[in-house]
Design a protein around this ligand. Structure first.
Ligand code: TYM
Length: 340
C-alpha cells in the first residue's frame, strides 16, 4: 500500500514527542520546527506520547503535568490547533491495542538491535529497566501506522525507529494482506543531530545532568549566551580554525550547524564568515536567542491557562481517535479477529 486510503491528497505527516522533561534546542531544530513549518501544506498529526514516557517515569503526578507543559510548548512554537491535530497518546486507546499487535509482529532480535534501547539501559545502570523500554519501538510503530502516515519528521536519532516501523508494516502486510501504509523518515538538512555543547560527541539531551551542554527552549537570553560562550571547541587557533569538519572538529561543526539551522544557511556558508571561535559563539547565541525569545513569551502565556490547554488537547484527541479507530478496524479485519 503506497498512499493513505483517506480522501485528502496532502501527505499525511505524523510525529510525536515524549513528555519527559524540558524541551531543548535539539528537539526544536531536529523536529518541532519542521512540524510548525509544514502544518499547512500537509495533513499533520502530532502526539504527546505519555504512554512512552511511562517507560522512565516512576512518580505519581509527573506525566500529566509534563503533558500540559509540553502542549503549551507545541502551541508556543506555532502549531495551530485549528490546522494541526495535536493529541495525547493515552486519550486514543487504539495506540495501546495496535501496540500489542505490533509486538506480535516484531522479533526479540530486531528489538535487541535498537541503539536507543542500548543507550537508555546503559544510562540506567543500577536502576529499574522496564520491559516497556525494550518493546517501545512496537508502540512507536503503532503511533505511526495508525494514521496511515506518509512522512515522519524526526531528528536523526529516530531514523532507526522509523526503519523498524517499516519492517513491521512489511511483515504485517505479507502475513495478512496489504493493510498498512509504509512511512518514511524526514530529517532536516541542518539540525538533524544537535550535539551537546559540553560533549560534542553526544547528542544534546534532556538527560544532561548539569544542563550546561543543553539549551532549553525556556532559557533566557543571558543563560543561552553563557552556554554558548562555554561551548567546547578545540585548541586549534590556525587561520582555518573555523571550518566544517564533523570528524576532526565536532564542537565547531555543531556550532556551525546550529547557526546554519537558526539562520537558514548551510554550515559551510556560515564557516566562511568566521576565523575565530569567539565571534562564532557570540553570533550563534544571538541567532538562537532571536529564535527562542518569541517562543518563550508565548509559552508563558499559554501555560497560565491549563483548562484551555486541556480543551485543545481533547479536541485534537477526538480527531485523532476518528482516524485511529478506522485503521484499527481495518487491522482487525485483515487479521480476521471476530467482529465486536
Ligand atoms: P523524543 O521525545 O526524544 O524527541 C522528540 C524529537 O526531537 C528529536 N531530537 C533531536 N533532534 C536533533 N538533535 C537532537 N539532539 C535531538 N534530540 C531529540 C527526536 O529525533 C524527535 O524527533 N521515540 C520518540 C517519540 C515518538 C515518536 C513516535 C516520534 C514516539 N512515537 C512516532 C515519531 C513518530 C522520542 O523519544 O522522541
Amino acid at each position: 500500500m503506497t498512499a493513505h486510503p483517506t480522501t485528502t491528497s496532502a501527505a499525511r505527516v505524523l510525529s510525536c514527542i515524549q513528555p519527559t522533561g524540558e524541551m531543548h534546542l535539539g528537539n526544536y531544530l531536529g523536529a518541532l520546527r519542521a512540524w510548525e513549518r509544514d502544518q499547512r501544506s500537509s495533513d499533520a498529526f502530532h502526539g504527546i506520547v505519555d504512554l512512552h514516557a511511562l517507560t522512565v517515569i516512576e512518580e505519581p503526578g509527573v506525566v500529566g503535568e509534563a503533558t500540559l507543559s509540553l502542549a503549551a510548548m507545541l502551541f508556543a512554537i506555532g502549531l495551530d490547533p485549528e490546522v494541526a491535530t495535536v493529541f495525547v497518546q493515552s486519550h486514543v486507546p487504539e495506540h495501546s491495542e495496535l501496540g500489542w499487535i505490533m509486538q506480535c509482529n516484531v522479533s526479540h532480535g530486531e528489538l535487541s538491535r535498537m541503539t536507543q534501547f542500548k543507550d537508555k539501559t546503559s544510562k540506567r545502570e543500577g536502576r529499574f529497566v522496564s520491559a516497556g523500554l525494550f518493546t517501545y519501538p512496537a508502540l512507536q510503530a503503532a503511533d505511526i501506522l495508525l494514521y496511515d502516515t506518509d512522512q515522519v519528521p524526526v531528528g536523526d536519532d529516530q531514523r532507526q525507529h522509523v526503519e523498524i516501523t517499516r519492517d513491521i508494516a512489511i511483515r504485517f502486510n505479507n502475513r495478512f494482506g496489504d493493510t498498512l501504509v509504509l512511512p518514511e523518515a524526514v530529517t532536516p538538512t541542518a539540525g538533524a543531530r544537535v550535539m551537546s555543547l559540553q560533549d560534542p560527541m553526544s547528542k544534546m539531551s534532556k538527560s544532561d545532568e548539569s544542563g550546561a551542554g543543553c539549551v532549553f527552549l525556556t532559557d533566557d537570553p543571558a543563560t543561552v549566551t553563557k552556554k554558548f560562550k562555554r561551548a567546547v571547541t578545540d585548541s586549534d587557533t590556525g587561520p582555518d580554525a573555523v571550518r566544517y569538519d564533523r570528524g576532526a572538529k565536532p564542537g565547531v561543526a555543531n556550532l556551525l550547524e546550529i547557526n546554519a539551522a537558526a539562520t537558514d544557511r548551510t554550515p559551510q556558508a556560515v564557516a566562511e564568515d568566521y576565523s575565530r571561535y569567539g565571534p562564532l559563539k557570540a553570533d550563534t547565541a544571538e541567532a538562537v536567542v532571536a529564535v527562542l525569545d518569541p517562543i518563550r513569551a508565548r509559552y508563558g502565556e499559554l501555560l497560565a491557562d491549563p483548562g484551555e490547554l486541556e480543551r485543545l488537547l481533547r479536541v485534537g484527541s477526538d480527531k485523532a481517535r476518528h482516524v485511529a479507530s478506522t485503521t484499527l478496524a481495518r487491522v482487525h479485519r485483515a487479521i480476521g479477529i471476530v467482529a465486536r
